[in-house]
Design a protein around this ligand. Sequence first.
Ligand SMILES: [Fe+2]
Length: 556
Amino acid sequence: MKKNSAQTSTQDILHSEESLSNIINSPERIKAFFELNQAMNLNKNIEDVFDTFIKTIKDIVELQSYGIYILNEIDNEFDLRINSHLSPEVESSIKNMFEEGIIDWIIEEKNPKMIPNMTPSADECKELKNFFLIIPLIVREKTIGAIIGCANTEVEVLEKEDLDFLFLLSQSAAAILENTVLYENMNKKINELNILTQASREMSTVIGIDNLLSLVLELINKIVSSEYSFISFIDKESDSLIIKASRGLEENSLEEMDIKIGEGVSGWVAKRGEPMLIADYQNDIRFNKFKDIQPFDVKNVLSVPFLGKKDIIGVLTLYNRIGEPQFKNEDFQILTALAGQLGTSIEVVNLYETLSESYKNFIIVLANAIEARDQYTRGHIERVTKFAKSTAEEMGWEEEKIHEIEIGGILHDIGKIGVPDNILNKPGRLTDEEYEIIKTHPVIGSNMLKSMTSFDPAISYILYHHERYDGNGYPFKLKGNDIPLGGRIIAVSDSFDAMTSDRPYRKGMDPKEAISELEKNRGSQFDPDIVDAFIRLYKNGQIEKIIQEGSEYSKN
Ligand SMILES: [Fe+2]
């Protein structure tokens, strides 16, 4: 085989006008050169550009199949971007050449080369001699990839001018390829950045740790899609990881997973505090003894730890990459960034929950102080709150809104602080004047709290809990849907408790009787949908359960 005798690089030659006229040395070549450039100017997609390129060079060498490989700068590996009829055998021969460093050597030389196929296993290549044509794709002296084609040819060697011509043409295709890759990478980065910004924004506003973890798994799946994923927390007592949120995993699979610290991939990550990327789990001997106990088929794994204030508090693990053959370094970087954000957000949510718990305890103390003055209504606030919460749940309210109605329930009568003791605790009937004073309590309550913006929706529930659905309530005689729904729910709950509670001048009604009263006033005093929800709760025993329960609030 004749060796390419050129000592100067093809790049140098291409910069000399004299040499260019040697390369484009025939009308066919001039035509080919212009055809290719014209095709590329037509904004065709990258597959079409290379297809035209291969057709253009067929007079020099006919490639039966080819692959366009692109250098992935993160992994420093060549990824197959376009596969034009490469058989699995030929693809694996190319893979071997990459592994043996043959292709790297040719690319470093920056000259196209024909080399014989060392592993001619492909059936289609038996008759003729099987060669690979390797053309480095170079833009501004930087290698961005390579064209690797399979040629069945009797010509074992291409003339230097031919190789130079191929290289000249490949440079135009390389420029288009670079633009396409840059554009795609930019779009991908913008998308990732959008998701990360969204993640950071949503993670900082989410309420409740469970919601946060589910949200994180959903967001991760948008960027690094995988078959299964979970977030687990270190439990020091049992020296294991407890899975708190998962995606793609069945409930029974989760029960089977007992992850001891230091064992398996996640356990190892939890112990060492270092992320781990496993491209081929089945052939990784470090995890041999755990393979049989995995409740699902594991191909590849990416696992990263996340930190609390200072220590590792948990591990985020993804199994079986979707859309890529395995997890890549890029995935690793994204996941590490998200895990950092996750650690901070968990701290914030925990802090918020502690604060919110202290806050709730504070208002319960406040509400109990009011209740203590009203000696006949012991437990009223707690029951009204529980009735209202259950009704809201029954009506499908979201967790966040249910928290608001809880605050509304606890504080609904806080304005009674402004009602004198002798009126509040009067054993007999109230005079009209006294009743007018009692009727001020929703306004007093809402005024007391109006500067506390975190109580916002709950304040309107407090203000409107004595309005009636038919417009005959107080303080504003609002009607129907003009009354905030939370106010209408508290109204039903409050009335039911008032009817069933004992007073010094009368015995409380039986709950069944009070339910008939609600039914009787369904659509007049009370919102019919709320009465229906309340009756459903009564029928399934929840109302009775609340009545029977001892006071939890007074324990605080
Ligand atoms: Fe009230």
